[in-house]
Structure formats: structure tokens, C-alpha cells
Design a protein around this ligand. Structure first.
Ligand SMILES: [Zn+2]
Ligand SMILES: [Zn+2]
Length: 290
């Protein structure tokens, strides 16, 4: 249990039936944190949060002693879009995501930076910078962090090179508003090797040089079904994919990341009577050498 608290391994859990349900599930697993969607992730519209939603969620978070809980933003949002209408709609939607997360007392909103579509990568990055500066100015004074997620680089999505995130953070008027959520599956699919200690160290050295490891406020801990550099995003259970178990051993024993929340985004399934969220969490905790 001490190891577990220290390691901060949680999961993305369902809010079906109420926000507090996700916090209760985390508590049921004995997890110290949780990631949620604060609205349906495939729809633009969201019912406003009620006071009962907020109170019951906060109560459950407190009851289970959860900390550093996060939201993941809607997949529809694209702050890098060259299309003005979609871009404005995305700005409005992400502002709402931040406000909902703030109201629920969450630590951050993990977001995919955006896709440049038919424009250039640089144009996409400039759009993302403009959008985030506008959103942050409009939500001045809130505490919840915007967590830029490292992506696998599918299609024209940005954020699969550390340089993209470096440029976005560098363009922020208030850099204290942003952090990074590093997804192990995504960076591997994007072409950053992690399989040996030398590769793991080199990848994080590169990250540290360009962005700074202190900027990492959350991890997504997922194995990858797709190969190094494939730029295809398919999560696998811990140790069962092409990353294998070793990168997770390096990560779980990396003292720089003690206390940083790590969220599983692996397939929800029961295998031989065992819930895979429990299995994956136990695999990670079992790697800690102390
Ligand atoms: Zn992720
Ligand atoms: Zn993914």
C-alpha cells in the first residue's frame, strides 16, 4: 500500500451513473488517483454540472483519499484546425473543459494539442499557441493545468515530436498554465525508443533538454500494439505489447517521477476472472525495486 500511494498508479474510469462513480471505482481498486471525461468525449454539447454532481464527486474523492485527479478532453476538439469555424468551436469547448475540471477540483485536463489537417505543421502549432493563449487569458486565475499530451502522430496530429510541445510551451504567455502528459505508448509509436536502459535514458534526456522533465505532470501508462515509429496509436496491456515490461520497470523506478500520477488507458476487460485494470496496476507496482 505504501508503494502504491507513492507510485500513484490510477486509471481512466467511467463516469456512467455519476461523476462520483469514477472516484468510487478508483477507491474500489485501491487506486490513489483517477482520470475521467467530464462530458461525453464524442459530443460537443454537455449538460451543465449540477451542484449535486460536484458535491458527490468531491465527497467521493475525499472519502477515497484521491489526489491529482485529471480529466481528458473531448476527441472533437482541434485547436490546430485551419478551419475558423471548427477552431472557434474548439476554443469555446476547451475553455468549458477547463472550467468543468476546475469546478470538480481536478489537477489538470489532458489534451491532444491538435491536428494541422491541410495546413502546415508550423501553421498548426501557431494556431494551437493562439488558441491556448486566448483560452488561458479568458480563464485567468483558475488553478487547473492544461496538460499537453505527447501523441503517436497519427494523420496530421501534432505533439509527436518533443519539439512540437517545446514550441507550444515556448509560445505561452503564461507558461505556468501548462504541463505535459507523457503517454508511453504514444512516444514509442512516434519513434522514441524505450526498450533498453540506454534508450530510456536517451529519450528522457532528449525530453529534458527540450522541455524539462519537471514539466511532466502526468503519465499515460500503456503498452503499444504497434511498432516503434509506426505513428499508429493502439494501446496494449502492460508488458504484452511491443514496448514489453522493461520500459515500465525503468519508469516505475525513476525517482524523478515519484508522486506523478500515472493513468492506465488500457482495454477494460476481465480475463480469467481478473479485472485487467487490477492486473495492469499490479504489474506496474510489482516492478518497483526497493
Ligand atoms: Zn493517452
Ligand atoms: Zn492513445
Amino acid at each position: 500500500m505504501a508503494k502504491q500511494k507513492q507510485a500513484m498508479v490510477g486509471s481512466h474510469l467511467s463516469i456512467a451513473g455519476g461523476y462520483y462513480k469514477a472516484a468510487d471505482s478508483a477507491g474500489g481498486y485501491g487506486m490513489p488517483t483517477v482520470q475521467i471525461f467530464t462530458k461525453n468525449n464524442n459530443q460537443w454539447k454537455a449538460k451543465p454540472l449540477t451542484q449535486a454532481d460536484i458535491d458527490s464527486f468531491k465527497q467521493a474523492v475525499e472519502t477515497h483519499g484521491l489526489t491529482q485527479c485529471c480529466a481528458h478532453d473531448s476527441y472533437l476538439i482541434n485547436l490546430g484546425s485551419p478551419d475558423d469555424e471548427l477552431w472557434e468551436k474548439s476554443i469555446e469547448a476547451f475553455e468549458i473543459e477547463l472550467l468543468r475540471a476546475e469546478t470538480l477540483g481536478l489537477m489538470g485536463v489532458v489534451m491532444h494539442p491538435g491536428s494541422h489537417n491541410e495546413s502546415t505543421p508550423q501553421e498548426g502549432i501557431d494556431r494551437i499557441i493562439d488558441a491556448l493563449n486566448r483560452i488561458h487569458a479568458k480563464t485567468d486565475g483558475i488553478k487547473v493545468l492544461t496538460l499537453l499530451e505527447t501523441t503517436a502522430g497519427q494523420g496530421s496530429s501534432l505533439g509527436y515530436r518533443f519539439e512540437h510541445l517545446q514550441a507550444i510551451i515556448g509560445g505561452m504567455n503564461d507558461q505556468d498554465r501548462v504541463g505535459v502528459c507523457l503517454d508511453t505508448c504514444h512516444i514509442f509509436a512516434a519513434g522514441y525508443p524505450l526498450g533498453t536502459k540506454e534508450q530510456y535514458d536517451a529519450t528522457f534526456k532528449e525530453f529534458d533538454k527540450l522541455i524539462g522533465t519537471k514539466r511532466i505532470k502526468a503519465f499515460h501508462v500503456n503498452d503499444s500494439k504497434k511498432a516503434l515509429g509506426s505513428r499508429v496509436d493502439r494501446h496494449d496491456h502492460i508488458g504484452e505489447g511491443l514496448l514489453g515490461i522493461e520500459p515500465f520497470r525503468f519508469l516505475m523506478n525513476d525517482k524523478r517521477f515519484r508522486g506523478v500520477p500515472m493513468f492506465l488507458e488500457t482495454k477494460k476487460e476481465v480475463r480469467d476472472g481478473e479485472d485487467m485494470d487490477t492486473v495492469n496496476r499490479d504489474r506496474l507496482l510489482g516492478l518497483i525495486e526497493e
